[in-house]
Design a protein around this ligand. Structure first.
Ligand code: HEC
Length: 294
């Protein structure tokens, strides 16, 4: 079970293309992972999950319970394999355990199935060894700046964004490790190993993943939406830590995608800046040698 993508049918970023990424193609990692049997998972999904989660959007019954869509890269990348397996085997107070009990192998297949076809952190940062996930609400001056760059008011569901902070190192064989929001484990992540941030968004025409460098400029985009690739030259390398360096992206060939990407970047830069501030606070009292060690 890794965070990398079996292209399970129905989870449709198959053929995803990477813009601004010269050295790696996400599909290249596919052979690393046939640890899960997607067909087995698909059968279980139809029997045990589709009644609520549907095939794409949750069903009306699922919605009435508050079931989220599962084709959501931020949701799935924000859970460890262990968390998902526990959910599938035992359920949680908020979640029914499947009626036809799953074996550990079934649960592992299901993890691979849910991750398949969704962009993962390793697709955006092949050197990633560990990452954190946290949702940041945008309020006050951060919200004002984001809305001014977006050129529009942000809708309530746009006023929070999950930021994945990515660290390099020796990648575990199973793919980069999601580090829980636990102070001791977070403290062990060396700031010098930080490679950047990932956010997932949805723009007209499909989902998009955006990677930022630590200086908050755009490193790369990942999407199956061809308009994103066309807009990429107007986006990759732009932006930065200084709000003055953040200008709306302008693309003659793909103006709508550029506008939608500006909106996502406006939120991403503010949310990532909050993540960066939190990290700096965590390491405020580190000894200098610890701060500088790789
Ligand atoms: C009776 C309706 C129902 C069924 C059946 C169901 N779910 Fe859910 N699912 C929910 C609801 C409601 C939530 C939101 C509450 C929560 O997060 O647990 C949810 C949330 C989830 C989450 C996100 C959990 C998180 O940590 O945020 C995952 C993953 C998931 N379901 C997978 C599955 C899988 C896989 C199956 C089949 C084995 C399944 N569900 C069957 C209702 C259902």
């Amino acid at each position: 079970m890794t965070g990398l993508g079996i292209q399970a049918s129905g989870f449709g970023l198959a053929g995803a293309l990477v813009a601004g990424m010269l050295d790696a193609v996400p599909a290249a990692s596919a052979e690393a992972l046939l640890s899960g049997d997607a067909r087995n998972a698909q059968k279980i999904y139809r029997l045990e999950c589709a009644g609520c989660h549907g095939s794409g959007e949750p069903t009306p019954m699922g919605k009435s319970f508050g079931a989220p869509p599962l084709k959501d890269a931020a949701l799935i990348a924000g859970r460890t394999d262990d968390q998902l397996i526990a959910l599938f085997l035992k359920g949680t107070p908020k979640h029914p355990a499947p009626a036809g009990a799953l074996t550990l192998l079934d649960a592992a297949d299901m993890v691979a199935f849910l991750r398949g076809g969704l962009p993962s952190i390793a697709d955006l940062f092949p050197e990633a060894a560990a990452y954190t996930a946290k949702s940041y609400p945008l309020a006050g001056p951060a919200l004002v700046r984001a809305e001014s760059l977006a050129g529009d008011e942000l809708k309530p569901d746009e006023r929070a964004l999950t930021v994945f902070s990515v660290y390099a190192g020796e990648p575990p064989a199973t793919g980069p490790r999601l580090v829980p929001q636990d102070p001791v484990q977070l403290d062990a992540l060396p700031p010098k190993a930080k490679r950047g941030y990932v956010v997932f968004g949805s723009i007209p025409g499909g989902p998009v993943a955006m990677a930022l460098l630590p200086d908050l400029s755009v490193l790369r985009l990942l999407s199956s939406n061809p308009a994103v690739a066309k807009a990429a030259p107007a986006v990759v390398g732009k932006g930065g830590r200084e709000p003055g360096r953040r200008k709306p992206f302008v693309s003659k060939v793909s103006p709508d995608a550029a506008r939608a990407l500006t909106r996502l970047y406006a939120r991403a830069a503010e949310a990532a800046a909050l993540a960066a501030r939190e990290e700096a606070d965590r390491h405020l009292f580190d000894a200098p040698e610890k701060r500088n060690s790789p």
